[in-house]
Design a protein. Structure first.
Length: 372
């Protein structure tokens, strides 16, 4: 019987999983995802090294039934896996959690209190924890946090220009996509040791998008702030916006705060600018001028904020692209780099995102003795 770690990323309509052996190499054993929960769900899964195959699914109208489907598939495999623990991606760890933690009730209550700061992610991340606890109450569960990688920022990079009284009440910059950036740091350390000692801007570009200024693999600055709304324009999120515009929406336009939140999170970014889609592949294939405008806007803002990150670092040795757009949209990478051609020469490379692998490494580092 081989000890195994289940790594879970639970979204609003999906449960993605990877299973790792709890050995020194953290060997990947299997993986898959349930998608479109509640609206005609589908499930694909497979052993490591094999193409995922469709799995029969008898309804998956909530996270509980989706989690049950994942666990049933794992149980049905002929390998003798002993599931000892699960690690969950949780977007916001607040000020309290700067490293992986065991998810007891006190931790869950605190994390639930942070849901207004990450409304698209936090409630669903925590739903995955509860769903697994109901199905397998004996499994140890741990949280890994997107904010943790940025937790040691100096005051110049975690403050807004607001009074101390608001900072002390939690109005501050946290930063996100930390699991992705931690993986980039791991890859640079092992495969690009010269860059690992330098000044790197990592660009996690996907439906959510941000940048991280890294000096000797430590996060110095990042574009996201208190919530996952700040910074770059994204698939459906607006990125940077004049705070006064939000005040005007409330006082001048009489918009309910729920409508404003929906517009900023769900109807803005590439989707809002193009009026077509938040999918870059669709926009690149479109002849609609608004699609081209949306992509031009995105590339310009990414380049502008890479330059800002270079200021935070005091130079730039390389840009590392990752995420769905960063890895796959070569025309956008080329356009972003063209905007930055005036800078002194710097390198650029693509590293595939692997947040699940990062989470497995974090659990191994912090809890190996407890688990084995």
């Amino acid at each position: 019987m081989s000890a195994a770690l289940l790594v879970l990323n639970t979204g609003s309509s999906s449960v993605k999983f990877r299973l790792f052996a709890l050995d020194e190499a953290l060997t990947l054993l299997a993986g898959g995802k349930v998608e479109d929960i509640g609206t005609g769900a589908s499930f694909k899964a497979g052993l490591a090294g094999a193409a995922p195959q469709a799995v029969a699914l008898e309804g998956a109208d909530n996270h509980d039934s989706a989690m049950e489907a994942v666990l049933n598939w794992l149980d049905a495999q002929p390998q003798d896996w002993q599931l000892l623990a699960a690690a969950h991606r949780i977007v916001h760890g607040g000020e309290r959690f700067t490293a992986p933690v065991a998810l007891d009730q006190e931790a869950m209550d605190y994390l639930q209190s942070l849901s207004p700061l990450a409304p698209l992610h936090q409630p669903h991340n925590l739903a995955g924890v509860r769903a697994l606890a109901r199905r397998r109450p004996g499994i140890r569960q741990y949280g890994c946090f997107d904010t943790a990688f940025h937790a040691r920022h100096g005051a110049l990079f975690n403050r807004y220009a607001l009074p101390d009284s608001l900072f002390e009440r939690g109005i501050r910059r946290y930063g996100f996509h930390g699991l992705s950036y931690d993986w980039i740091a791991h890859q640079l350390r092992h495969h690009h040791p010269k860059l690992a000692q330098g000044k790197v801007v990592a660009a996690h570009l996907g439906n959510g998008a941000s940048l991280c200024a890294m000096k000797q693999l430590a996060s110095i600055d990042t574009t996201m702030g208190m919530t996952a709304l700040e910074g770059l324009p994204m698939g459906t999120r607006c990125g940077n916006i004049d705070a006064g515009a939000v005040v005007y929406m409330v006082k001048g336009l009489g918009m309910p705060i729920e409508d404003i939140e929906y517009q900023l999170y769900e109807e803005s970014g590439l989707k809002g600018l193009s009026g077509l889609s938040n999918d870059v592949k669709t926009l690149l294939a479109s002849s609609d001028p608004k699609a081209r405008f949306a992509l031009n806007f995105f590339a310009l803002k990414v380049a502008q904020q890479i330059a800002a990150m270079a200021v935070s670092l005091g130079g730039l040795d390389a840009v590392v692209f990752t995420g769905g757009i960063g890895e796959n949209a070569a025309p956008l990478r080329k356009q972003i780099l063209a905007h930055l051609a005036f800078l002194p020469p710097f390198g650029h490379l693509v590293i595939a995102a692997n947040e699940e692998g990062c989470m497995a490494l974090e659990i191994q580092e912090h809890f190996a003795k407890e688990l084995l």
